[in-house]
Design a protein around this ligand. Sequence first.
Ligand code: SF4
Ligand code: MG
Length: 444
Amino acid sequence: MSVLTARRGDMCYCPGCSHGMVLEQLGAAIDGLGLPPERVCIVSDIGCIGTADRYFSCHTFHGLHGRSITYAEGIKRARPEMLVVVLIGDGGCGIGTAHLIHAARRCADIKVIVCNNFNFGMTGGQHSATTPITALTTTTPNGAPDHPFDLCTTVGVNGAAYAARHSVFDDAMVENFHRALTCPGFVLVDVWELCTAYFVPANKLSRGSLEEYSTKLGLPFGVLRQGSPGDGAAEPVDAPRAAPKRERGAEWSAAPTLAWPGRREICVAGSAGQRIRSAVGVIGEIAVGCGLYAAQQDDFPITVRRGFSLSNLIVACTPIRYTSLDDADLVVVLSPDGLERLGSLAGLLPTSLVVAAEGIAVGDTPARVRVLPLKTVEKRVGKESAALAALTCALPAAGLADAGELRAAADALVGGSYRQTNLAAIAAGLELAAEAAPAAATGQ
Ligand code: SF4
Ligand SMILES: [Mg+2]
């Protein structure tokens, strides 16, 4: 069965539009690779060509204006075994130029197919970044004043492994796509097409005049860039990460777990220099590594090394659609700056827990309040790790995480150059939680 599920005539495009041709050619080229559908992902962008994902029986992802390139790179990084193909128009390429260039620079192993019909078709024929100079569009009624964006040269000089420009009427388009799809690294194919609704009637464009445009504009057809090993272009950035060492099933069964009671909201309020955001980030990453969902939002002034630093963390067992805090379940207050920014805690729920550094008067609150011996924590792990230790100490106290599970998950998941420091802080926080529940206090 073909990866393409519709024939040209059954697709949603205007009569004579080239998009259907491209999809048939691309579908045939993908079929020729013999990949199972679950090994292929089509990432679509905006515009008429953005509707194309519905016609493929493989993984598809519909993206936004010019951002399809970024989604595709993310998908490829997460699933390096997949063939990831971007279907984007000239409009999307103009909007997402920065993404295009930087994906090429990283030689991200994605294949970008540009359906280039020189205008924004879906929105009424406005000029785009690739509109040829003097061409007529609804927004350039006197002729486009600028030279068109040379997609192939741009990605080529920025590190693409492969760049080619073809007319959609090239008899060898299936072979052209096959060559492009099998080239490792960043690939771009600029396919020149006809938009029969707008660009064709305004410019009396035809199959033959695509060739004339190519000559007149100095933008030749053919393979214009093909990297070779060692020139810095042909090696995809993801190459060292290629095949995962373990089967996916084994990988998941070995993943640490963290029993979590559902959506829970945490706020840590302190000052610049206390590494508040890093502490929250470490716990958030542990949660994600355990298969939970996490969202972090930070708040700090534009000044550095002074003022408040707040970090909110939501951890949930299901996707987080709303990423702001409604009713914090746990508030950790580590400095007067942080408390001032946080404001009154009177709106907290009686079920909430406030863990406040000793000496900080949290004011009236219906929440339970506990005092944290922050100075002792700082002595034990150092000032820069105290926030992580304090947060780790508070999690079991708030009934959010089991200390043993948290320790095991941290051991398995915390990485980076601060691994040892962070593990020491987490261990200290859990020891503190185990030693004694922090002295009870009341809101003041
Ligand atoms: S508006 Fe242009 S690009 Fe869109 S479907 Fe019609 S002919 Fe094709
Ligand atoms: Mg277009």
